[in-house]
Design a protein around this ligand. Structure first.
Ligand SMILES: [Mn+2]
Length: 259
């Protein structure tokens, strides 16, 4: 059996490769999969569950194909799709998770997060995040007609792109100390997150044990999935048109060393 974890697909109508790669992941790796965890920014932008178009229908159909295999679907919101709600959740049958969330991966407690909450040096962003997560703020936003919300969403998307170019990359990264504190407070030796788009593993030895941070990729830069089996995990490339030079399994970790 396996658990698959993905994030930051940034699906949008101008990026049909995203859905194709998700289908490829399902066809090639989901046969023995019990759970699929999506750790945010699944959509490039989401302004309300009342948006219906052929692109959204195609995403729903793909998720239903995962469901049809008997796979449990879990969704945690990112900074692009935090307005995704219960109506869409019901449509695709996924369970919405709080950020952070402690999951049980075959007896091991694993901490899941989108990752933006860990970028604690970026105070301007954290302030904005607090503001847009306020229930009254969202209540007001949803009172606007869909076309107005789509316009605001497009603007926010552009602003976020500009901001990435202005803000220092270091300031926007996950703060290692914060990540360690989170893991220690919750007694979870492993943290999995997305958001920073720098796939890989980082192991830190402290208090006589290993603390591992697994970062998932941005699918626009190269789609990866974490395949978690009982005693090992690997970050695989899930391009449906792989380049000849690409190593499909570029990193593997063993859980036996976690203690
Ligand atoms: Mn993000």
């Amino acid at each position: 059996m396996s658990i698959i974890v993905i994030s930051d697909l940034h699906l949008n109508p101008e990026y049909p490769e995203g859905i194709a790669d998700l289908s490829y992941l399902r066809e090639k790796y989901a046969q023995n999969c019990s759970d699929l965890y999506i750790l945010g920014d699944f959509f490039e932008i989401w302004v309300g569950d009342d948006e219906h178009n052929p692109f959204v229908d195609a995403v729903v159909a793909e998720l239903q194909a995962w469901k049809a295999l008997g796979i449990h679907l879990y969704f945690m919101a990112g900074n692009r799709d935090f307005l995704l709600g219960n109506a869409f959740a019901q449509r695709v049958g996924w369970q919405i998770l709080e950020d952070p969330f402690v999951a049980d991966f075959y007896g091991l407690k694993v901490l899941l997060s989108h990752g933006d909450l860990l970028c604690t040096l970026d105070q301007a962003y954290q302030k904005w995040r607090d503001y847009v997560h306020k229930p009254w703020m969202q209540w007001l936003f949803f009172r606007l007609p869909l076309w107005v919300r789509l316009k605001i969403g497009a603007k926010a998307r552009q602003k976020s792109r500009d901001y990435v170019h202005v803000a220092l990359p270091q300031k926007m990264d996950v703060v290692t100390g914060t990540a360690l504190d989170w893991m220690k407070q919750r007694h979870t030796p492993i943290l999995i997150h997305g958001h920073t788009h720098q796939p890989g593993f980082q192991v830190c030895y402290q208090d006589q044990r290993a603390w591992t941070r697994i970062t998932l990729s941005d699918w626009h830069q190269g789609p990866h999935a974490l395949i978690w089996e009982k005693e090992k995990y690997r970050l695989i490339s899930v391009h449906c048109h792989p380049c000849e030079s690409r190593d499909p399994e570029f990193e593997t970790g063993s859980l036996l060393s976690q203690g």
